[in-house]
Design a protein. Structure first.
Length: 555
C-alpha cells in the first residue's frame, strides 16, 4: 500500500519513493503492488517508451495488466527524478491539487522522460506519463544526412509549413535522409501568400520550432510575413533539404519492396519519380478547400472566392461584400474588407464560439507562463491524458465566458448564435475534433456588435445577394482523408480511416503514429503540437529504418 506522505516531507522524497516502489512492482510483475500505487481514477499515457504507440489506459484495474504486458519487452529500469528538470512541485491540474514530478528512466531500446502526478493526501498516482526521448546507439547529432540531388530519400515530407519543417528537423538530427517538397516557389509562401491581415493568434513563446527558438524581440503575435521569412531562415539554418515549386502528385505503395513510387512535378513542368520508404503528409489538418454547393450562387454575377484565394480588401472599396462563415478566417476577412472601405455582411451558417484573443484565448496556454523551460512545458503538456485535458478546457472555457460576458451579450443582442464546444470544452477541442468553428476576437466581434459590419443568417442569403459584388466562402477545409483518397486512391483512404479527432485509445486518430498503411504518416496541428509530437514521429521512423520496428504496421 502506498505510504501517506508526512506534511513536512520533501516532495522529492515522496516522488522518488513512489518511483522506487513502481520499479520494484514492475520488475516483479506484481499486480497487487502495482494496483496499490494508482488512484482508482488514474491514467497512464505512453508515448512509445513501453508500447511503441501513443495511447492512454485509464483506471487502476486496467493499468497494471497493460504495464506488465509491455514491460516484459521494454524492460524499463532506473526510474528516478531528473535533477536537470523542473523539481517536483505542488500544482493544480484540471481543478485538482497534486504533486507533479518529472523523472527519467531507461528501456532496453532507449532513454525516456516521464511525468508523475500524485494526489497530495495519499501519494497515489493520479496520472503517469512515459515518453521515449532517444534510441540507444542512434542518439541525435547535429547536421543532416543529406545526399546529392539524385538520391532517393528515405523520407519524403509533403508540405513545408511548420509541421513539415518540424518533422524534417527532427529526422535530420537523427541522420534520416529526408526531403521536403512544397508547391509554392519560396519557403514560407504558405503563410506569405495568405490574406494580408493574418497574424498568429497565440503568443510567440508557445510557437517556437524545434531546436531554434524565435529571437528575442519578435512580436507577441507574429505577422504572417515575418513568420514566413523565419521559416525560410530556419530551413537554411537547419540544413534541411527542401524543394520549392514542387507538386506532389501522388503515389502507390509496393508491399514487396516496402517503398513508395511517387511522382513529383518540378518547377519546369517535368516529372520526377522517387521511391521513398516513408511519406509524411504535413499539409495541415485539412488539405482541400471545402466549397459547399450553394445553388443561389449559380447565377451570381459577382466574384466568388474561397477564403484560401482571398488576399486583400483594397479592390473592393465602396462595394458590397458577403463573407459566408464565422470562423477565424471569416471574421478576419470581414474585418479586412471593412477596413478597406467595403460594405460587409458576415453570414452565419452555424453557431460559433467567440473568445477574446487577450486574455481569454491564452488561458489554455497558462502552463507556458508558469516558469519551467520550454522543454519541460512541452513534456508536461504531452503528459496530460484526454480526460484531464477535457476538464481543464471546460474550466478555462467557463473562465473565458466570464471575462468576455459583456461582448457575448452584445453579440447575442445582434442575433449572433454562440456555442462553447461539446460539453463546454471550448475552442481548442473544437480545433482537435473538427479543425475550426471558433473566432479569436481581435476586433471584428466589436465591429459586429457596434453594427459597423453587418450580420445575417444563411437563410437570408437570397436577399443579401441582391447588389453584392463579392462573396467569400470562409467555409473551411475537407478532412485529410479526402486528400489521401486524391493522392493515393480510395482503397488506401479506406484502409487508413478517419484522420484527426479522438479515437478509442484517447488519442488523435492516425496522427504522429503508424497507420494501417505502411510507410504513410501524418503530422498536423498547432506549432506546439508539431514541436512536441514531431519527436515521437521521428523516433518511430528512425526505429523503422533501424529495424527496431521492422513491419511499421499499426497493431
Amino acid at each position: 500500500m502506498a505510504a501517506v506522505p508526512a506534511a513536512t516531507e520533501p516532495l522529492a522524497t515522496i516522488a522518488n519513493r513512489w518511483l522506487a516502489g513502481f520499479e520494484g512492482a514492475l520488475a516483479q510483475r506484481d499486480d497487487g503492488r502495482l494496483r496499490a500505487l494508482f488512484h482508482p481514477d488514474s491514467h497512464w499515457r505512453d508515448a512509445l517508451a513501453f508500447t511503441w504507440h501513443l495511447g492512454t489506459v485509464s483506471g487502476c484495474d486496467a493499468i497494471p495488466g497493460k504495464l506488465k504486458a509491455h514491460a516484459a519487452r521494454a524492460r524499463p529500469t532506473g526510474f528516478t527524478l531528473d535533477p536537470d528538470r523542473t523539481p517536483p512541485r505542488h500544482v493544480t491540474r484540471a481543478g485538482t491539487k497534486c504533486i507533479e514530478a518529472i523523472f527519467r528512466f531507461e528501456t532496453a531500446q532507449g532513454r525516456g522522460s516521464g511525468v508523475l502526478r500524485l494526489l497530495s493526501d495519499e501519494a497515489k498516482a493520479w496520472t503517469l506519463f512515459t515518453g521515449l526521448d532517444e534510441l540507444k546507439g542512434f542518439e541525435e547529432r547535429r547536421g543532416s544526412a543529406a545526399g546529392d540531388a539524385d538520391r532517393e530519400p528515405a523520407v519524403l515530407v509533403v508540405g513545408g509549413g511548420h509541421a513539415g519543417l518540424s518533422i524534417a528537423a527532427r529526422l535530420a538530427r537523427r541522420q534520416v535522409d529526408t526531403l521536403v517538397v512544397d508547391r509554392w516557389p519560396r519557403v514560407g509562401d504558405n503563410w506569405r501568400r495568405r490574406y494580408d491581415a493574418l497574424t498568429l493568434h497565440n503568443q510567440v513563446h508557445v510557437n517556437h520550432l524545434p531546436y531554434m527558438p524565435f529571437p528575442p524581440g519578435f512580436p507577441v503575435y507574429i505577422p504572417k510575413n515575418q513568420l514566413a521569412d523565419w521559416f525560410e531562415a530556419y530551413a537554411q539554418a537547419m540544413q534541411l533539404q527542401y524543394w520549392t515549386g514542387t507538386e506532389f502528385e501522388g503515389g502507390a505503395y509496393d508491399e514487396g519492396k516496402r517503398r513508395w513510387s511517387v511522382v513529383l512535378r518540378r518547377p519546369d513542368g517535368t516529372r520526377r519519380e522517387m521511391h521513398p520508404r516513408h511519406v509524411v503528409l504535413a499539409t495541415g489538418v485539412s488539405g482541400i478547400a471545402n466549397r459547399p454547393d450553394i445553388a443561389l450562387l449559380d447565377g451570381f454575377a459577382g466574384k466568388v472566392l474561397h477564403s484560401s484565394e482571398y488576399v486583400d480588401g483594397a479592390p473592393w472599396k465602396g462595394r458590397k461584400a458577403l463573407v459566408i462563415g464565422t470562423g477565424n478566417s471569416g471574421h478576419d476577412i470581414a474585418e479586412d474588407l471593412h477596413r478597406a472601405g467595403a460594405r460587409v455582411t458576415l453570414v452565419q451558417r452555424s453557431p460559433t464560439l467567440i473568445v477574446n484573443r487577450d486574455p481569454s484565448a491564452q488561458l489554455v496556454y497558462g502552463l507556458y507562463s508558469e516558469g519551467p523551460p520550454l522543454e519541460d512545458c512541452d513534456l508536461i503538456t504531452a503528459s496530460v491524458p484526454l480526460a484531464l485535458a477535457r476538464k481543464t478546457h471546460i474550466l478555462a472555457t467557463e473562465h473565458a465566458k466570464k471575462l468576455d460576458q459583456a461582448l457575448l451579450d452584445r453579440l447575442e443582442r445582434k442575433g449572433f448564435r454562440l456555442d462553447f464546444g461539446e460539453d463546454g470544452t471550448g475552442w481548442q477541442f473544437k480545433y482537435l475534433t473538427r479543425g475550426g468553428g471558433y473566432y479569436f476576437n481581435v476586433g471584428c466581434s466589436d465591429l459586429i456588435a457596434d453594427g459597423e459590419i453587418g450580420l445575417a443568417q444563411f437563410a437570408e442569403l437570397e436577399r443579401l445577394l441582391d447588389g453584392a459584388d463579392l462573396v467569400v466562402l470562409a467555409t473551411g477545409w475537407k478532412g485529410q482523408e479526402h486528400l489521401v483518397g486524391k493522392l493515393f486512391g480510395e482503397e488506401v483512404a479506406a484502409r487508413v480511416g478517419p484522420i484527426w479527432g479522438f479515437g478509442d485509445a484517447q488519442e488523435l486518430r492516425n496522427m504522429f503514429a503508424r497507420t494501417a498503411q505502411p510507410g504513410l504518416w501524418f503530422i498536423a496541428g498547432s506549432f506546439a503540437q508539431c514541436r512536441i509530437y514531431s519527436r515521437y514521429l521521428a523516433l518511430q521512423i528512425k526505429a523503422c529504418e533501424t529495424d527496431l520496428l521492422p513491419t511499421c504496421r499499426d497493431g
